[in-house]
Write a protein that binds this ligand. Structure first.
Ligand SMILES: Nc1ncnc2c1ncn2[C@@H]1O[C@H](COP(=O)(O)OP(=O)(O)OP(=O)(O)O)[C@@H](O)[C@H]1O
Length: 326
């Protein structure tokens, strides 16, 4: 079944993304607020502890203390994420080469690209985990690097390859993430129980995360990213190592979240999954956006996988490995 058909996006179609010549964002330090951000238990990044009133989980209306963005407002207010001329250089390596992306609010947005394309680097800069060499990022109109505390309040992030406080149990880790977000203990306890059930982790709630399998670790990280019901979820490879039943449950949770007005940005290598699950997609290769828009626009009548291979190239015949043939 086509997941998207069952869960249509709440946002009108937008034209394919174009690069922009917007000048780089100022290299601004946190905005002079009197409170220092607390270390983040789940990602090692800094996050702001104070939050608005926690909301009651309710799939019929927005989950968090954020209002849906007005579909008829100015363009920057209709975008959950807006990336302009983003560059990241590591020594002599240009990992991200002037990327521009517009993610409509209320969309389920896929980011695809070959290994080393720059997806993780882009998402890390978009969520304030990695400082860009150049460029600007707005989350719901708030500058991630100009106004990091305000921008990060609206984000839930599942980073790739970032250490967790894995001596905590799964339950403790997610509880800690909720408390860092300034939520009250009763609400945190309620949501932790809900998340453990939804992600099939209840039986392992008391197990240290260091003893979790790769898939369980992915799921507990996802729970920590969702506990405060953020407006925008940025998930780097959320389905990697996750079993098919858990993956279906997670997809259902994410679709309900999008239906309620939330935005999901997800990176994945599984084209079929992205085609079925997402309503928008961007193809990245060698630090550049090759195509971006609705899934229908980007795949242009082909399967997303065929379109991806045609755009990205790099297929080899496997010749030269004759020694492997038995
Ligand atoms: N800290 C770093 N120092 C040096 N080079 C880096 C660093 N992080 C990433 N790179 C390089 O930047 C490029 C993009 O890496 P990135 O992890 O963003 O790719 P990706 O698209 O997420 O890849 P994959 O699909 O394999 O996860 C790669 O060539 C990588 O080697």
């Amino acid at each position: 079944m086509d997941d998207r058909a069952a869960h249509p996006s709440t946002e009108p179609t937008t034209p394919p993304t174009t690069q922009s010549a917007t000048p780089p964002a100022a290299d601004v330090t946190p905005d002079g607020a009197t409170r220092e951000p607390a270390p983040d238990a789940t990602s090692g990044a800094t996050r702001e502890p104070g939050q608005g009133e926690p909301a009651t989980p309710d799939q019929a209306r927005p989950l968090g203390p954020w209002a849906p963005l007005a579909p008829d407002g100015p363009e920057r207010n209709r975008l959950a994420l807006s990336v302009r001329s983003l560059v990241k250089v590591f020594g002599s390596k240009v990992a991200v080469n002037g990327i521009g992306l517009d993610v409509p609010a209320g969309s389920f947005y896929g980011l695809v690209g070959p290994n080393g394309a720059g997806k993780t680097t882009t998402l890390s800069m978009a969520t304030g985990l990695l400082r860009p060499t150049e460029g600007s990022v707005l989350v719901r109109g708030l500058g991630v690097w100009a106004d990091p505390l305000a921008a990060k309040r609206t984000l839930g992030v599942l980073p790739d390859g970032v250490r967790l406080f894995d001596r905590l149990t799964g339950e403790q880790l997610v509880t800690y993430a909720g408390l860092l977000r300034g939520m009250d203990r009763a609400t945190v306890a309620e949501r932790v129980a809900d998340l453990m059930t939804a992600l099939d982790l209840t039986a392992d709630a008391g197990t240290p995360v260091v003893d979790y399998s790769a898939g369980m670790t992915k799921k507990i990280s996802l729970a920590a990213a969702m506990i405060h019901a953020p407006a925008v979820l940025v998930l780097d490879e959320p389905f990697e190592s996750v079993d098919p039943v858990s993956a279906a449950n997670i997809r259902q949770i994410l679709h309900s979240y999008v239906d309620s007005g939330g935005t999901v940005i997800v990176s994945s290598h599984v084209m079929d999954l992205v085609q079925r699950m997402c309503d928008h997609v961007a193809v990245i290769a060698a630090g550049n956006v090759l195509a971006a828009g609705t899934v229908e626009e980007v795949r242009a009548g082909q399967s997303l996988e065929d379109r991806f291979v045609a755009m990205v190239g790099g297929r080899t015949s496997g010749e030269g490995l004759s020694w492997l043939h038995i």
